[in-house]
Design a protein around this ligand. Structure first.
Ligand SMILES: NC(=O)c1ccc[n+]([C@@H]2O[C@H](COP(=O)([O-])OP(=O)(O)OC[C@H]3O[C@@H](n4cnc5c(N)ncnc54)[C@H](OP(=O)(O)O)[C@@H]3O)[C@@H](O)[C@H]2O)c1
Length: 285
């Protein structure tokens, strides 16, 4: 947790989402940013922004050496390692592969009292409602229920299940605000909006002036996939679909709004309509 300014913030595994945090940290006079990565293939994006990339194998000695020599005060990890995991038991609020990709690291954190940490939850990335050229997030057709480029939607359940979503830019603003906070809670939530997919496509239809064809996958179909899928990707998708129908991808409203007041009073989170209007003037090339 930072105590003095300017502070060095290290971002580990900057893929898509991490770019928004880089941009907002660069825009802040209070922080400088470095990136940790296993490879150099993404270097152009960073050199264009004069961000130093430190190559690491993410082992403890390698990480400690970089964090110590750069006097890093906060490490933010975006590492996304979707190594296959088997179904572990009952439906949980997270897909099962988190058991291998996230839990071991979280258990390590919980055991280390000298490290202050928080898990940051944003619900859905609202950017998936944008054309691909207007966001750093790569499209995930087939997973996110609305396929803007294909102009169609596949709802899991009725489309009335409550979801929450936050745009990448606001995630960046939120993370920067949190970097300057005096203390963290174990779970931090942000949400630009609570809504439903039915309501979201009405917003899109109004903006684009044409109806969007919608199909549905039922709870029974999802359960059938969960019981019978053999390959990891199909199983992972079915787990996320199950969570969508259960409303588990929505951030808890009361806690999120309390934390918005506590940590993010300077961040004005955009709703979907506002993001779509904002994005009209933005192009990512
Ligand atoms: N809520 C949502 O709607 C939503 C949407 C998208 C993503 N997310 C979450 O946001 C985070 C970042 O997502 P992203 O799409 O930006 O991530 P990403 O591009 O898929 O991956 C992030 C980084 O993880 C590192 N990585 C990948 N495989 C690894 C492995 N086997 N071992 C170690 N490192 C590995 C890579 O870093 P280097 O190659 O640089 O080392 C990569 O750049 C993830 O936690 C993801 O689950 C949430």
């Amino acid at each position: 947790m930072p105590t003095t300014h300017p502070q060095t913030i290290a971002l580990a595994g900057v893929g898509d989402l991490g770019k928004y945090i880089c941009e907002e940290l660069l825009a802040s006079p209070h922080f400088s940013v470095i990136v940790l990565s296993r490879g150099k293939q993404k270097e152009k994006w960073f050199t264009e922004r004069q961000i130093r990339v430190h190559t690491t194998d993410y082992t403890v000695p390698s990480l400690l050496s970089i964090l110590e020599t750069t006097s890093t005060t906060t490490l933010i990890s975006f590492i996304n390692d979707p190594t296959p995991a088997r179904r572990l038991g009952n439906l949980s609020r997270e897909p099962d592969y988190y058991a291998t990709s996230r839990q071991p690291f979280r258990n390590t954190l919980r055991a280390r009292k000298e490290v202050e940490w928080t898990l940051f939850n944003v619900g859905w990335l609202m950017d998936y409602f944008l054309p691909a050229r207007k966001t750093w997030m790569k499209p995930v057709p087939g997973k996110f229920p609305v396929d803007l480029e294909g102009w169609s939607a596949l709802f899991r359940g009725s489309g009335e299940e409550v979801q929450s979503w936050t745009c990448g830019k606001d995630v960046g603003r939120g993370v920067v605000a949190l970097c300057g906070a005096d203390e963290w809670e174990s779970h931090t939530y942000v949400a630009g909006e609570w809504s439903t997919f039915n309501a979201a496509i009405k917003v899109l239809e109004k903006l684009y002036g044409r109806p969007m064809p919608v199909s549905h996958r039922s709870w029974e179909e999802i359960q059938h996939s969960l019981a019978n899928s053999r390959d990891f990707e199909a199983l992972e998708l079915a787990q996320v679909e199950e969570m969508m129908v259960m409303g588990y991808l929505a951030c808890p409203k009361e806690k999120t709004l309390r934390q918005r007041e506590k940590y993010f009073s300077n961040v004005r989170f955009m709703g979907l309509e506002e993001l779509l209007r904002f994005a009209e003037g933005v192009d990512f090339v």
